[in-house]
Design a binder for this molecule. Sequence first.
Ligand code: HEM
Length: 411
Amino acid sequence: MLHFADPEAYHDIYNNRNRWDKESRLYKSFNEDRSSFGFLTYAEAKNRKDVLGRSFSQTAIEGAEPLVVKQTKALCEAFERQTKAGKSSDLLYAFRCMSMDVITTFCFGKPIYAVDAPGFQAPIVMAMDASLPVFVGFKYSDLFKNMILKCPPKLSKVLSPATSGLVDLQQLLLHQIDDLTNDPEKLKALPHNMTIYHRLLDADAYRDKTTPSAGSLYEEAQALMFGGADTVGNTLMVGAYYLLQNPEKQQTLKKELLSIWPSLNGPEPRVRDLESLPYLNAVIKESLRLSSGVISGLLRVVPPTGARIAGIDVPPGVNLHNLTEYILTLMGSQTVVSIGSTFVHYNAAIHPEPDKFVPERWLESTHLDDWLVAFSRGPRMCLGINLAWAELRLGFAHVYRKFDLVPAHPL
Ligand code: HEM
């Protein structure tokens, strides 16, 4: 297993020419094997992403904008209630509640109103946090994984009360999927027709006219929940942290927002209007850079032809002159490669003074975008990038236009 530090390696590993498999031990540990995220091979992932990708296209997300606006406003109303009650708000959980509300409403047609939970301590968001350490165990022991996953929900809630919010949402999704696969007519009863099920249960959308099994749909729903909620929430929180530390940058952002949204009683800007605000977009890019998206290496298997990465020839896992390695080949050994996004985002040659929050760096150079890799690159890059950008633009715009944030405690 090779981990690279040279940023050039990022584009050598993750690019549209490469159709490399994801590495199995890491990716199987999430138990989402039959989802766009969990499929190991390019072909399986493409098959699914060709269908599901239409739910997340630029046009689809424009259509979903009113839903995202509604959740963003619900967050601002919750902030107002906290302020009126003389309470501070925990921004990490507040933003995660909002992004979770977007996913459950848009993807599943099942709003859960997480932002309305007292102190933003929504059971699902707290439970997702509490459930994360278990995945490390899943990576190294199938026995442990099966034991936990096959545990009846009631018992699992007794054994691990901290994760019961997750069990509840999983049960809700399982029942929904069961209902919809048994009777697709029930799709019509969902509050809108943009859910992932409208797309995934349409047999005509597939080359072989076969829709995914209920198990695969459930794993897809899980993948979207885990992939789409924390990531957006964390980026909003990291941005807030730095804007609180740099009040003058918060004011620059507000001034720009005021220029297109002078009165809160007047017309609200659409996402399309926000796309043209240079400072807002620079703040978002800088927040994505510093939060880095997924920070661990995204493991890929070097193909049988080998690869050249950051100027180094990397063989596909074997050196036939070496007996031990030859035996390992017979056992299916592989060369696995990766580079974590932080090695790009915190590289001082690309981003001078990388630990500093400097949105201005994105205004000075457009080629810098090549070195923003929070959503990864290539055929396995983020499926939800358009939704994420819409949430980030609306989230930053509404929050900083409506409020002047100050830290409740010294930062
Ligand atoms: C700031 C927000 C986000 C960031 C930084 C982010 C980042 C990433 C990254 C780095 C990957 C590659 C993972 C890998 O190679 O294993 C990825 C994949 C993925 N993301 Fe996102 N993501 C974000 C938001 C979202 C949203 C909102 C959704 C959908 C609701 C989503 C759905 C997915 C899916 C389905 C994949 C798997 C794609 C594949 O394996 O081919 N993400 N994301």
